[in-house]
Design a protein around this ligand. Structure first.
Ligand SMILES: Nc1nc2c(ncn2[C@@H]2O[C@H](COP(=O)(O)OP(=O)(O)OP(=O)(O)O)[C@@H](O)[C@H]2O)c(=O)[nH]1
Ligand SMILES: [Mg+2]
Length: 636
């Protein structure tokens, strides 16, 4: 389906006034400065855009400001570029933002590059040659080494053809973008167009977007409809990764959308304020202390961040380390995204790196496996990464977190999962919804259940088994219900456990009552059944039995567990049938005599004395069949 035209995003870089915008105009015919203030002051403040289509390549230019105060705008434009056009004026050579922009492009992982030595009409040949040498020296050993250095003059047009040629050559080396990833577009502008409504623009960094699509605005988590799509100023059916893209959105005011937000495939990305990353500190930076505050930039977003170091109190210039970044604002990033950090004050670029886990957990002193985990996130295979994620999760990993944390597609998740499950290292606790737990942890839960059950049988030799809910509660909240259920099922499969209705027991522990015990059980039940609501005292009932009191007490417990008898107060026990008649009695009273009922009326209704009436009413309050109001009850 892909047409023959290749889309390439070129970002300018370089010191203020070195001729970036003028050069873009000379190349494309469009002056990228748009704002009134930019025209008045003769400097670029915010991002500008221009297009050039030549020899099967559609260049989308993102022109950035060189002014040191607007580096943050530069950063929003530079993320997502394929190729950097570093502009150096021949009459000024290397200046501070030449260096800063160079470092930013390096840290963002920009691979393709062209250096334009511009304003050559202002210098003589020797000077131009000298600046060229200086540039060669400057880029030595860096990602820019070997970059074509093209001498140009936007004024005379000299060198422009050679520059276009150099851009073409670099463009040829850029791999086709993968359009089959989930759609993601970091927004750099939002405005209203008469008759269309809200339009957002940005560099489409992955996937595709077409008119009619439903997209999610993040971090707001708002679903929106795409009304139309443009690339390079033309309306298109669909925009692909690697294109400058304008998306017309319905269902939202343009003022509600800002630079830094993202539109993306619904449900595939997550916002975060805590991420684990590899951070490289520039050699030119000051040492960075644990918990230092910095400015964080990723995609078109920025936030203040706190840098948490691991087992270190500071990071030295030129060093790199695993860090956790705690952000003041929500951002949307996935594993592998690059970011830049700038010193809090004065604001200068001090480093950057790569996101390893966008949904990181709070670091703790005890967490000794964190470094190994991050190494896996950095370099590991998909299988190793998923396994490491699962192994570090006590509650288990759910589907909703896998895609946002890894950026994988659903089929990739599936394939990885199958390989791992086959290897037996992780347990698919449930598939709908997906829940993954480490096999070791799963076995631990099963072992715990078994131990708990054994203890129960030991303590309650006369009870048939432990109610499921009680067993569930005994393993605590750190075990999800799905895990409990799966572990129990596993134990049943292994014939280590038997379930019987709501009861769980060990096989071979069926309690068989002796004939005397069975008779005693019968007698107890009968005694309470016959008494109705005017129940006898427990002691009285047990005293009449032919078995000893310890046994009698146990049998009473069985009846209570089986819910044949119900304990209403410490002294009073009722048969469930007697209690079962109460709701109907109360409702009848409500219908004929109103919703309020006092103690005397309740005694009359049930034919019992005050001794029973008060505990019973309190029981009914607890059961939410009545509610106390002063001396009376309201029947609910
Ligand atoms: N003589 C000469 N002047 C140039 C050339 N290129 C740019 N200029 C002039 O240099 C000044 C700055 O050019 P811009 O293109 O605005 O510089 P910039 O790098 O975009 O500046 P910022 O965006 O503010 O960083 C303008 O007055 C241009 O006319 C050139 O090749 N020759
Ligand atoms: Mg400019």
């Amino acid at each position: 389906m892909s047409n023959a035209i290749k889309s390439v995003i070129v970002g300018t870089a370089g010191h203020i006034d070195h001729g970036k915008s003028t050069l873009i105009e000379a190349l494309t015919g469009t002056h990228p400065d748009r704002l009134e203030e930019e025209k008045r002051r003769g400097i670029t403040i915010d991002l500008g855009f221009a297009f050039l289509e030549e020899d099967g390549v559609r260049f989308g230019f993102v022109d950035v400001p060189g002014h040191e105060r607007f580096v943050k705008n530069m950063l929003a434009g530079t993320s997502g570029i394929d190729l950097v056009l570093l502009v150096v004026a021949a009459d000024e050579a290397i200046k501070p933002q030449t260096r800063e922009h160079f470092e930013i492009c390096r840290l963002l992982g920009v691979k393709r590059r062209v250096i334009a030595l511009t304003k050559t009409d202002l210098v003589d040949r020797d000077t131009a040659a000298l600046v060229r040498l200086e540039m060669e020296e400057f880029v030595k050993g860096s990602f820019l080494e070997g970059a074509p250095i093209v001498a140009v003059s936007a004024k005379t047009g000299e060198g422009l053809a050679a520059l276009k040629q150099a851009l073409q050559e670099q463009a040829r080396k850029i791999a086709e973008k993968q359009t089959d990833r989930y759609f993601r577009l970091p927004i750099d502008r939002s405005f209203a167009v008469k008759g269309f409504g809200t339009v957002v623009t940005g560099t489409l960094i992955s996937g595709q977007v077409a008119a009619g699509d439903e997209v999610e605005l993040l971090p707001e988590k708002k679903l929106l409809r795409v009304r139309g799509v443009q690339t390079g100023g033309k309306t298109v059916e669909r925009a692909d990764a690697g294109q400058r893209t304008a998306v017309n959105l319905s269902g939202i005011e343009h003022t509600a959308v800002q630079r830094g937000m993202v539109i993306a495939a619904p449900g595939r990305f997550a916002k975060t304020r805590r991420l684990d990353a590899r951070l490289e500190l520039l050699a030119s930076a000051r040492r960075l202390k644990h918990r230092a505050r910095v400015h964080f930039h990723a995609g078109t977003a920025e936030s203040v961040a706190e840098v948490l170091l691991q087992e270190k109190t500071e990071l030295l210039p030129g060093e790199s380390a695993f860090v956790q970044l705690r952000l003041a604002d929500d951002v949307v990033v996935v594993r592998g995204d690059r970011f830049i950090v700038r010193q809090f004050s004065p604001v200068i670029t001090i480093g950057g790196g790569e996101v390893l886990d966008p949904l990181a957990r709070r670091p703790t002193r005890k967490d000794s496996g964190r470094a190994r985990f991050l190494e896996t996130m950095e370099h590991g295979s998909r299988e190793k990464i998923l396994r490491a994620m699962v192994e570090r999760s006590i509650l288990g990993v759910v589907r909703e977190e896998i895609v946002p944390r890894t950026g994988w597609m659903e089929p990739e998740v599936q394939a990885t999962l199958q390989n791992l499950a086959k290897a037996g290292s992780i347990r698919v606790v449930s598939t709908e919804p997906l829940l993954l737990l480490s096999e070791a942890l799963f076995q631990e839960v099963a072992k715990k259940l078994l131990a708990r059950l054994e203890a129960f049988h030991k303590e309650n030799p006369l009870l048939a088994g432990i109610p499921r809910e009680e067993l569930r509660a005994s393993v605590g909240r750190r075990v999800r219900t799905e895990t409990f259920r799966a572990a129990l099922e596993e134990l049943v499969k292994q014939n280590k456990v038997v379930t019987q209705g709501e009861l769980v027991r060990k096989p071979g522990t069926e309690i068989t009552l002796t004939p005397e015990e069975a008779r005693a059980k019968e007698q107890i039940e009968q005694a309470f059944a016959k008494a109705g609501l005017a129940v006898p005292s427990v002691k009285e009932v047990l005293a009449q039995l032919a078995i000893d009191s310890r046994h009698a007490e146990k049998i009473l417990q069985i009846l209570l567990r089986e819910k044949v008898l119900v304990r209403v107060s410490p002294e009073l026990i009722f048969h469930r049938d007697a209690l079962g008649r109460l709701p109907a009695l109360l409702q009848n009273h409500k219908k004929t005599r109103g919703e309020r009922i006092g103690v005397p009326a309740f005694k009359e209704l049930t034919g019992i004395t005050r001794k029973y009436a008060i505990p019973l009413l309190e029981y009914l309050d607890r059961q939410r069949l009545t509610r106390r109001m002063g001396d009376e009850r309201v029947i609910l």
